[in-house]
Design a binder for this molecule. Sequence first.
Ligand SMILES: NC(=O)c1ccc[n+]([C@@H]2O[C@H](COP(=O)([O-])OP(=O)(O)OC[C@H]3O[C@@H](n4cnc5c(N)ncnc54)[C@H](OP(=O)(O)O)[C@@H]3O)[C@@H](O)[C@H]2O)c1
Length: 329
Amino acid sequence: MNKIRWGLLSTANINRKLIPAIRMSARGALTAVASRNQQSADAYAAKWEIPQAFGSYEAMLESDAVDAVYIGLPNHLHAEWSIKAMQMGKHVLCEKPFALTLAEVDEMTAVSRETGMVLAEAFMYRHHPQTKIAGEWVRNGRLGDIVLVRGHFSFTIQNRGNVRLVPEWGGGSLWDVGVYPMSLAQFIMGGAPKSVWGAQWIGPSGVDESFSGQMDYGDGRSAQISSAFRLPFYTWGEVMGTQGRLTLNRPFTVMDDGTRQLLFHDADGRVEEIPVPEKELYLGEVEDMHAAILDGQASYLDLAETRDHVRTILALYESARTGQRVILD
Ligand SMILES: NC(=O)c1ccc[n+]([C@@H]2O[C@H](COP(=O)([O-])OP(=O)(O)OC[C@H]3O[C@@H](n4cnc5c(N)ncnc54)[C@H](OP(=O)(O)O)[C@@H]3O)[C@@H](O)[C@H]2O)c1
């Protein structure tokens, strides 16, 4: 096996980003798509020129047509289908948020270990050179001691039937887009916070349509994050240290529109643009799966980090619900 044959598990909107990435990767091929009915699978396969179309997710998992699947299902189905896929001998790249409870994360992790199938969270921005460069600036001390990380992700949901507005399906702005600044803070701080505070506005849908959170990492280090479904599209990030700060104008998506993205502001107020090599945003997570499956390399984003993502989000929601600070174990 020198090429991974990929199957798309559903005709999700987000597939349109993965399809070009799989096709431009050196060691991947897109061979199949599955949908809950044959008609939709056939139409999707014709539109995107995918060789095989399955009329159920099970049918694709039972077939020998794919080695790995990409799971872009609504959030409440991530765990169930990741587990089924691994049990049927398929490697899994599963969208964020990985799962909605720690029990689900632990079960997914256990099944990955038992079956030997690679399992990874699809956090594409973590694989992009811009994020890795920001991490290097932090680790090599260029910013001094890190004191504060701030980040934001919002967009406006126009269609009130959107799956992101269904409470029992893992809807909510924190689960959907707040996970990005939360995970950036975790990446920069090198782990989960010690305690969190959250505040949310629950819209008519019953989910948080805006959220803000404060995370404490000890030793005077903290992070502030916000997310919303009721603001125009906007992403932003900032890493502040005793010797200067980095601003990330597009920390999570659309990093390739030609504007100045990653800036260093030194302690005297001078501003330097940090060059970032161009890279297709979704390619890194696909290449990382190939390296894990074909070369036995450890996944760049490991499952312990993924578990901390879910742990922190759950703590933030608990704090928003109770009005109390929540201490993480
Ligand atoms: N990393 C990123 O950049 C990024 C961006 C957007 C979204 N996401 C994540 O990707 C996932 C999917 O988001 P999306 O916006 O692409 O979703 P979407 O367009 O609503 O697609 C979800 C797909 O799931 C399938 N499905 C199975 N059961 C369903 C049910 N009960 N209700 C609705 N659909 C059902 C459907 O496919 P079939 O009809 O073919 O079965 C549907 O097309 C989410 O977890 C989201 O957080 C990630």
